[in-house]
Design a protein. Structure first.
Length: 322
């Protein structure tokens, strides 16, 4: 039986990872990129683990810390980054060397922890209540970030809340306590982190932010949302050319009973500083006899389609019959 087993082992096909593991004596766990899951659910629907010390007690339970808690307790020099960047670039130090924190997070290269401690590359996470939530260190290779997918029509609030949670830098998760996620998304859209700020944020993710902004504008124009459920939007990342707006997106059909001025004012509030500057130039050109040509060029995720749509409605407001 041993001979048969060894013969099969010698002649069977193996993958590249297993071949590298056997020939180079590598740890198979560290032969590929790490993966981190972000629980970007709404706060009241997020599953959390109760600390084992409070399982049998009839008191208010104490929950275990997760990556969102550590992000809000990140060191001050990491204030500008968003949750997506934090999960991709920074990792939790091993629990055995991390006093007061026994979370089981994916750890990369734990054999180098002594070097990290002596070189000062470990940074403490301390929350607003002065609680120690562990130590983090910068990864050698950015991790793959996974997160739940929500439908933009049937799960509208969860869809926009997930985007806000991942791309908006924050210290407290209270941005949607008084307003709907879609309203907060429209207000905070210019503050989102994109591929311009960090290369770990892929361009297709930035395009998803643009599409989300367009969906808000379309739902504002069409008061009857039930008509959109029959023809739902395309799932995220289905089309690689969605950064190029279609003719329907840039030149939308406006219903006769819709007040274009109110729609333009609503879309104007979602523009950033550069887009508002373009808006004012076009507005001045409409009331002038001089013509001008303006070239607009920007990276993915910066709201080009939303800006063009606003300018289109502005022009139609001046020449309704054209």
């Amino acid at each position: 039986m041993f001979r048969v087993a060894m013969t099969i082992m010698r002649h069977r096909e193996v993958g590249a990872q297993e071949a590298a593991f056997r020939n180079c004596h590598l740890f198979l766990r560290y032969s590929s990129r790490a993966a981190v899951f972000l629980p970007t659910f709404m706060k009241d629907k997020r599953v959390r683990m109760v600390d084992r010390e409070y399982l049998a007690q009839e008191v208010v339970p104490k929950f275990r810390t997760n990556i969102i808690d550590r992000y809000m307790a990140r060191p001050p020099f990491l204030d500008p980054i968003c949750l997506y960047e934090f999960a991709s670039i920074w990792a939790l130090a091993p629990a055995s060397k991390n006093e007061g924190n026994d979370d089981e997070d994916l750890i990369e290269f734990p054999q180098k922890l002594l070097h990290l401690e002596t070189s000062g590359f470990l940074h403490k996470c301390i929350d607003s209540e002065n609680r120690f939530l562990g130590k983090i260190f910068r990864r050698r290779m950015p991790a793959v970030v996974k997160y739940p997918n929500f439908h933009p029509v049937t799960d509208r609030d969860a869809y926009y809340y997930s985007l806000i949670l991942m791309y908006l830098p924050f210290r407290k998760e209270d941005f949607c306590d008084e307003s709907a996620p879609s309203v907060v998304f429209q207000q905070k859209h210019p503050e989102f982190r994109t591929s311009v700020h960090s290369p770990v944020i892929r361009r297709d993710l930035c395009e998803e932010i643009d599409r989300a902004m367009l969906r808000i504008a379309e739902l504002t124009e069409n008061e009857n949302d039930d008509a959109n459920i029959e023809c739902p939007f395309d799932p995220p990342f289905e089309d690689n050319l969605l950064d190029i707006p279609s003719q329907q997106e840039v030149f939308p059909e406006v219903a006769p009973n819709i007040n274009i001025t109110e729609t333009v004012n609503e879309l104007y509030r979602g523009l950033n500083v550069q887009q508002k500057s373009i808006f004012h130039k076009v507005h001045a050109a409409l009331s002038s006899t001089n013509t001008f040509r303006l070239l607009v060029q920007a990276e993915g995720g910066t709201g080009k389609t939303h800006c063009l749509k606003t300018l289109t409605l502005l022009i139609r407001n001046y020449w309704p019959g054209n």
